[in-house]
Design a protein around this ligand. Structure first.
Ligand SMILES: [Fe+2]
Length: 378
């Protein structure tokens, strides 16, 4: 209560309590807003408004430390101050507050040697209070300015310090979030590179279907997007696509690229590739069941597929999407034993088995994609 009394002398006890409660509510609101902020601009906007609102100051600045310089990144004031300017640390009060890890209260700027008077003469500022953002190794400073002589009270200073401490935590959170996102992005890139390398190994063994898996991945991702799948889920469809034939690694290359009709034994060998793919991928830790999707990409809704002869909803939705993408890519591509079918003929073939062999929604989505101009890369 001591601080409240200092801040607003002459008020009744009830008025002081009411004002105190009001200030606490504002602080809680500001803390919640800062906790929810996900970028620096939002933090600065919350702080510059909050600093003026809490102290009744005529202006507030948000200063960032940039090496040996103070960058006046944001401000909220009755007249322009220094937004966008940089000053050497030793030439401004914010720099002094950061270097000394101390709050600065100056009732009259023209009676304090720490103030570069020339920089203040064009402004309305007559008095100020500056608090460092984070006392240990400050990230910046919050400045409050008044147009008249005014000695910021301990209560006002305390409010600014609480605001600065909360802003520091919010800035640190953003830093960690960016760091985590960057590390996650690098890991995802490394993971995708590995899958693409595996994909190319299969391409090398069968020149006729080179690029097939990558294109199937692209089609599957597009179908997923059309069906409203979330971005991570669409990415998983792409990954499943680029490795869906990895099991062919176990099939002799001469069978894979045989330009004539396969014997029954050869066909049985080919039919084993989804299961082999599953065996290769099942221990890879992935957020989506990519091994199962790969295992089921030759299953058909009516149970006529392989290797397990699954039917209907027993087949994963993602595997049904992959099946449509796989069949379409194969049909529109040239093979040594038959010419490419063309987009329209391939879609007609899929539509002829829509809902019996192939998932109706996926076929419809692909038809719409092609009608809208979707074409496959080489
Ligand atoms: Fe396959």
């Amino acid at each position: 209560m001591k601080y409240v009394y200092e801040y607003a002398p002459g008020l009744s006890r009830e008025e002081l309590l009411s004002r105190s409660l009001d200030t606490m509510v504002k602080l809680i609101d500001l803390t919640q807003a800062l906790a929810a902020a996900h970028d620096l601009n939002s933090i600065m906007e919350i702080v510059r408004h909050g600093a003026r609102d809490l102290t009744g100051a005529d202006g507030a600045t948000y200063v960032l430390r940039e090496g040996d310089f103070c960058f006046y990144a944001d401000e909220d004031a009755i007249q322009p101050l220094w937004k966008g300017s940089r000053f050497p640390m030793r030439d401004c009060v914010s720099g002094w507050a950061m270097e000394h890890h101390q709050t600065v209260v100056i009732p009259d700027i023209y009676k304090d040697d720490r103030v570069p008077h020339a920089a203040y003469e064009p402004t309305f500022v007559r008095s100020m209070a500056v608090v460092p953002i984070r006392s240990d190794n400050p990230l910046g400073a919050i400045g409050c300015y008044w147009s008249a002589q005014h000695e910021a009270s301990p209560f006002q200073v305390r409010l600014l310090q609480i605001l600065a401490n909360t802003a520091a935590i919010a800035m640190e959170n953003i830093h960690y979030e960016l760091e985590l996102a960057s590390k996650a992005g690098l890991l995802e890139k490394a993971f995708e590179s590995t899958l693409l390398s595996i994909s190319r190994m299969i391409d090398l063994r069968d020149a006729y279907t080179s690029g097939h898996q990558r294109r199937v991945g692209l089609i599957a991702r597009h179908i997923g997007e059309s069906l409203g799948y979330l971005p991570d889920h669409c990415q998983a469809l792409y990954w499943a696509g680029i490795v869906h034939d990895v099991g062919k690694i176990a099939i002799p290359a001469e069978i894979l690229s045989k330009p004539a009709r396969l014997t029954e034994i050869e066909f049985k060998l080919i039919q084993g590739h989804p299961e082999t793919g599953y065996e290769i991928l099942r221990d890879v830790d992935m957020p989506f069941p990519i091994a199962d999707i790969v295992r089921q990409h030759h299953e058909r809704l009516d149970g006529s597929g392989y290797p397990q002869g699954l039917s209907g909803t027993k087949i994963l939705q993602e595997a049904q999407i992959l099946a449509v993408a796989d069949v379409f890519e194969a049909m529109v591509s040239h093979r040594p034993y038959r010419p490419a079918l063309g987009y329209e003929a391939s879609l007609s073939e899929l539509q002829a088995h829509r809902g019996t062999c192939y998932d109706a929604q996926s076929v419809d989505a692909l038809v719409c994609l092609v009608r809208d101009g979707f074409t496959l890369p080489d």
